[in-house]
Design a protein around this ligand. Structure first.
Ligand SMILES: NC(=O)C1=CN([C@@H]2O[C@H](COP(=O)(O)OP(=O)(O)OC[C@H]3O[C@@H](n4cnc5c(N)ncnc54)[C@H](OP(=O)(O)O)[C@@H]3O)[C@@H](O)[C@H]2O)C=CC1
Ligand SMILES: O=CC(=O)O
Length: 318
């Protein structure tokens, strides 16, 4: 059977696969396989190992003659057409859990970097603009004891809430369902969406990208936030109306934003959001810790092999 891998994986992960399967893989590190090659190679593939950089849509499924399983090295699967997979009886696997803590770490790090203007500070030094200690030089927002509002209190949301608890923050959250663990263990309070926006000093978005969450943060939502509030998005770009976010930031309607994800990735270096000093931007590195990425890759390989061998996937997208 043939496995198509759209990114370059380390040899140590591939050796056991090579004994049994024919492997076709991207050659260049940190550069996805071209769409053209993906569309061509998928024709004979039995299994596809993918990630958030690929769009696995109807066109891909239409080309595939033997495909049995799609395994993404990610927890989010909004880049995969699940309906098209289901119609063709193709299983889809993903990697929840193993990336929770690393992504929660990054989300909290981004919250702190944005609130306290860390990257601006580095820019000031690099540009030789550090003239002296000033009473209000590069002053940011306090974090300890402030209110955090988490939209999407799932695995990663809960991880962020645990970190917030360590900073004595009041924790508000909004979901479609109540999360008892967060309420009982951390004293998190469930509130309506608008109340969260109005009360939180830090609004953290961690809901998946779905039809329902598309542009869930738009002009009306930014308008409800405090002028001193910081917005953090480590979920998915399409959850945010970037034009509305730009307006809110450049008019100081909200104080700052920390963004790890964007509508189009990679974001154009000339994008208007990147011209703003009150934006801290990262290149979708939420889960990018070495151990985490190895665990994600191993889990995605297990999903793939299980699917190819007719066994249950460790984590199948339902
Ligand atoms: N930046 C990065 O590198 C990474 C980003 N991610 C993103 O983080 C997301 C969350 O991951 P994870 O925590 O593991 O997933 P979970 O499924 O555990 O959590 C998602 C939460 O969002 C809630 N939710 C779903 N729809 C809505 C809605 N319409 N409004 C409010 N809340 C909603 C769900 O609760 P309920 O269903 O009750 O509403 C659930 O609690 C991923 O889908 C992915 O997009 C993940 C890893 C790394
Ligand atoms: O964005 C990353 C993911 O795992 O989802």
């Amino acid at each position: 059977m043939k496995i198509l891998i759209t990114c370059k994986l380390p040899d140590q992960l591939l050796l056991p696969l090579k004994e049994k399967y024919e492997i076709v893989m991207a050659e260049t590190e940190n550069e996805p396989m071209s769409r053209k090659r993906l569309l061509s190679e998928i024709e004979e593939a039995d299994g596809l190992f993918t990630n958030v950089a690929d769009t696995i849509d109807e066109e891909v499924f239409d080309r595939a003659k033997h495909l049995k399983v799609v395994s993404t090295m990610a927890v989010g699967y909004d880049n995969i057409d699940l309906e098209a997979a289901k119609e063709r009886g193709i299983l889809v696997g993903h990697t929840p859990g193993v990336l929770t803590e690393a992504t929660a770490d990054l989300t909290f790090a981004l919250l702190m970097a944005t609130g306290r203007r860390l990257l601006e500070g580095m820019d000031v030094i690099r540009e030789d603009q550090w003239k002296s200690w000033g009473p209000f030089f590069l002053t940011g927002q306090e974090i300890y004891g402030k209110t955090i509002g988490i939209i999407g209190m799932g695995r990663i949301g809960l991880g962020v809430a645990k970190r917030a608890k360590g900073f004595s923050m009041d924790i508000l959250y909004h979901n479609r369902s109540r999360k008892e663990e967060a309420e009982v263990e951390l004293g998190a309070r469930y509130v309506e969406f608008d109340e969260l926006l109005e009360q939180a000093d830090y609004v953290v978005l961690l809901a998946p990208s779905t039809k329902e969450t598309y542009h869930m943060m738009g002009a009306a939502q930014f308008n409800k936030m405090k002028e001193s509030a910081v917005f953090i998005n480590t979920s998915r770009g399409p959850n945010v109306d970037e034009d509305a976010l730009y307006e809110a930031l450049q008019s100081n309607q909200i104080w700052a934003a920390g963004l790890d994800v964007f509508q189009t990735e990679p974001i154009d270096a000339k994008h208007k959001l990147l011209t703003l000093k009150n934006v801290t931007a990262l290149p979708h590195i939420g889960s990018a810790a070495i151990e985490t990425r190895m665990n994600m890759a191993r889990l995605a390989i297990n999903n793939l092999v299980n699917g190819l061998e007719g066994n249950a996937l460790v984590h199948q997208v339902k």
